[in-house]
Each structure stands twice: as structure tokens, then as C-alpha cells.
Design a protein around this ligand. Structure first.
Ligand code: ASP
Length: 432
């Protein structure tokens, strides 16, 4: 199906640029035929987000189950341990980059003094605190408890990804042990379902330019540029750290371990990156990530079906880095002494909570309050960063999704796969 001659990622990119122009130039009260522009953007953006979310449960289940059916039991441990080691290592590297950059720029200090009073708490602080109330340090154990869902139907209905992933991993594994016709029937069913879900994903992706435009224009229209000024140093500290991870560390892994061209991989992942940026949700982007990694980066379903759904919740490099920079910034702004023990606590909790936070917008905020409580700061200190959180969420989510894709390609290579980049082959059906 061809909408325009232009490749899909270019269409999305142009939509993004237009959205930025519209978002920063128009007044938030602008109306169109008597309807506020903001509500039009909200309506269109929500339609697109809903369409993506609608795909998630059947796509994740079929993708993991088909992946698991093809994994021999003796290789499962190897694939699993490679994946988990990779995820932990890349998140740790991201956090350490954040730690270095935040120590270098010290965004929480102005002329050597804690900047708390100069920044001021944001107006929605109370709201956020209400939302995260009761989600104190006990949450860390919750993360692991959520992995085993007592009721798979309610886990699916509530979008509890970790539970769904755990069930699907087991289900796929045991299908591979069912012999004869029942085994073949099950395998054919899940293969067929996956095929349908992938085609539906490609169809939804055709609407990505419109969805991206609406989502990004809405955010920028609401926040405006002025709100960013007092937090400019913090904002750029996060951006610089994310950029180092995205443009130096990840390409190095692609080049030296996965042995694929970083530029070609970026091109292959562009639709997923831009969707992650505009939705601020790794989970909502997951269908597009899977499509790009399999159909444009040439990774087998065996590897991508296992690594990507898991990565969307467990592997969040951008989030881990952000948690560390944000907690350090708040601690600096409150004049807390940042000795080695405090910094170590921040790094450790950032690593653990980044595994557990959901792939949804603003999920990091809960994790940051856990860190604040652990280093002895009041939870309302989170109010210092709320104004810029939404835009930084867009950036860190793109890094989260990119890191998942790099993990898939790297693990495929370590598993002996030839991950030919095939950008443009099946993509022709999408929009080039
Ligand atoms: N929005 C991020 C994601 O979905 C999570 C976060 O850092 O808030 O990946």
C-alpha cells in the first residue's frame, strides 16, 4: 500500500518538524472552526496511541511465543543470560555517563550555591505526589512480584507487561514440547497470528506521520518555551548525556560487537525512534520496534521475539540515565552532600528501578521519588523537574527504544545470525 512516494521515516520526520513549528509558534488558545487546536491534536494523537496500544497484547504474546517455540531448550539459557547481561551492562554504562556529565555540569548549583529557591517547585507537584504516594521503597519488591501474574487475563487487561511476558515465555517454551498434530496445530496458529499482527502493525504505521504530528504539537503547545528557562542547564545536561549514549556508546556497540553499520541501523530504526519520541512510551512503540528490527534490520523472530518485549520494560538506558541525572540534580539543588555512598546509592537504585518502571510516559518520576526517599530528600523535591519532564521523556524514550534495538542486533550476531540490514525491502509495502 502506498500513501506517498516518500519513505515512511521521512514522512514522520517532516511531520515532527512541522509539529515543532506549529507547537512553538501558535498560541495555546488558537481555535479551528470554533474547536480548540489543542483538543484537535489531543483527539488525533489519542486515536494513534490507542491504535498502537490495541496491537500490544496479541503482538507481544504471539511474538514471544513464536520466538520461544523456535528456541531449543539447550540454547535458551545461553540466549537468556546473554540478553540479561547485555541489558544490565548497557544500563549501567548509561547511568555512569549520566553521573559523569551531571558532576561535570553541576546543574543544581548556581555560582556554587544550591539553586533550589531560584528554580521553585512546579505547580503540579501535589498532583504528582498524590500519584506516587505509597509507592515508596517497597516498590522494588513489587517489581519482582508483578513478574508472576496471579491472573493472566487481568494482567493483559491492565497492560501489565512483565506478567504477560513471563506467561508467554513459559507458554512458548512448553508448546515446543508438544509433539505430533496438536503441537503442529498450536505452532501454525501462533505463526498465523503473528503474521496478522505484523501486517496490522505495518498498516497502523502508515498513520504514524499524522499521529506524531498531533502528539508533538500538543506537548509543545501546552508547555511553550518560556517554562524551560530556569531549568535550561539541567535540560541540556540530560540532553548531552543522552546524546553521548546514543551517538557514541550505541554506535560503538553496533560497529564493534554487532558488526553492522551504525548509520544504516539508525536509518532502519527511524520510524521506531520517531514514534518513541512522540509517544513517550516504549510499550506503545513496541509494535513498530518489532517491525523495524525484523523487517528493516533483518533480525530473526527467534531473537527479536525474545529480546524486544523484554527490553521494552527491562532495558531502559535513557530512563536509567535520566533517573541518575535528575536525582543528582535535585540533591545538588537541595545542597545535599554528594559523597561516594550517596552517589553509589543513586546509581544502584537507578539501575534496579529502571528494570521495573513501565514503558509509559513519566514512569521515571515514580522511580526518582524512590531514589529521593533513599537519600533522605523529601518526595516533593520532584517538583523541581516537572516542567521539563515531558520533553525529556520524549528524548529518553527514544534512547530506550534504540538501545533495545541495538540489543536485538547484537544478540542476534552473538547467536551467529547474519543480520543483514534490509531497509527498504519489506518497507516498500509500508511507505517508500
Ligand atoms: N517514558 C519512558 C518509556 O516509556 C519511561 C520513563 O522514563 O518515564 O520508556
Amino acid at each position: 500500500m502506498k500513501l506517498f512516494r516518500l519513505a515512511l521515516h521521512w514522512q514522520i520526520f517532516i511531520a515532527l518538524v512541522l509539529a515543532i513549528l506549529v507547537g512553538v509558534t501558535l498560541d495555546p488558545t488558537t481555535t479551528l472552526f470554533g474547536v480548540s487546536l489543542n483538543s484537535v491534536f489531543n483527539f488525533v494523537g489519542t486515536l494513534f496511541l490507542n491504535a498502537l496500544k490495541m496491537l500490544i497484547v496479541p503482538l507481544i504474546m504471539s511474538s514471544i511465543i513464536v520466538g520461544m517455540m523456535e528456541i531449543q531448550p539447550d540454547t535458551l539459557g545461553r540466549l537468556g543470560s546473554k540478553t540479561l547481561i547485555y541489558y544490565a551492562a548497557s544500563s549501567l554504562v548509561a547511568i555512569l555517563i549520566g553521573l559523569l556529565v551531571v558532576n561535570a555540569f553541576q546543574p543544581g548549583l548556581v555560582d556554587g550555591e544550591p539553586a533550589r529557591d531560584m528554580i521553585g517547585l512546579s505547580a503540579d507537584t501535589e498532583d504528582v505526589i498524590e500519584r506516587v504516594e505509597g509507592k515508596g521503597s517497597g516498590d522494588l519488591a513489587e517489581v519482582f512480584i508483578r513478574m508472576i501474574p496471579p491472573n493472566i487475563v487481568s494482567a493483559a487487561a491492565q497492560g501489565k507487561m512483565l506478567g504477560l511476558i513471563f506467561f508467554s515465555l513459559l507458554f512458548g517454551f512448553f508448546i515446543s514440547r508438544v509433539k505430533g498434530q496438536p503441537g503442529d496445530t498450536l505452532k501454525n496458529f501462533w505463526n498465523g497470528l503473528l503474521d496478522v499482527m505484523m501486517q496490522m502493525t505495518e498498516w497502523v504505521m502508515l498513520f504514524a506521520p499524522i499521529g506524531v504530528f498531533a502528539l508533538v504539537a500538543k506537548v509543545l503547545l501546552a508547555s511553550g518555551l518560556d517554562a524551560f528557562k530556569p531549568l535550561a542547564v539541567f535540560f541540556f545536561t540530560v540532553l548531552i548525556a543522552l546524546t553521548i549514549h546514543l551517538l557514541l556508546v550505541m554506535p560503538a556497540v553496533l560497529k564493534f560487537i554487532a558488526r553492522v553499520s551504525p548509520a544504516a541501523h539508525f536509518r532502519a530504526m527511524m520510524p521506531a525512534l520517531l514514534t518513541a519520541f512522540s509517544t513517550s512510551s516504549s510499550s506503545a512503540t513496541l509494535p513498530i520496534t518489532i517491525d523495524c528490527v525484523e523487517n528493516r534490520a533483518g533480525v530473526s523472530n527467534r531473537v527479536s521475539g525474545f529480546t524486544l518485549p523484554l527490553g521494552a520494560t527491562v532495558n531502559m538506558d535513557g530512563t536509567a540515565l535520566y533517573e541518575c541525572v535528575a536525582a543528582m540534580f535535585i540533591a545538588q539543588a537541595y545542597g545535599l552532600s554528594l559523597d561516594l555512598t550517596t552517589q553509589f546509592t543513586i546509581v544502584l537504585i537507578a539501575l534496579l528501578t529502571s528494570i521495573g518502571v513501565a514503558g509509559i510516559p513519566s514512569a521515571s518520576l515514580v522511580a526518582i521519588t524512590i531514589i529521593l526517599a533513599a537519600i533522605g530528600l523529601p518526595v516533593e523535591a520532584i517538583g523541581l523537574i516537572l516542567v521539563v519532564d515531558r520533553v525529556l521523556d520524549m528524548c529518553r524514550t527514544a534512547v530506550n527504544v534504540f538501545s533495545d534495538s541495538v540489543a536485538a542486533v547484537t544478540i542476534a550476531r552473538l547467536e551467529g545470525e547474519e543480520t543483514r540490514l534490509i531497509v527498504g525491502s519489506r518497507q516498500s509495502s509500508v511507505g517508500s
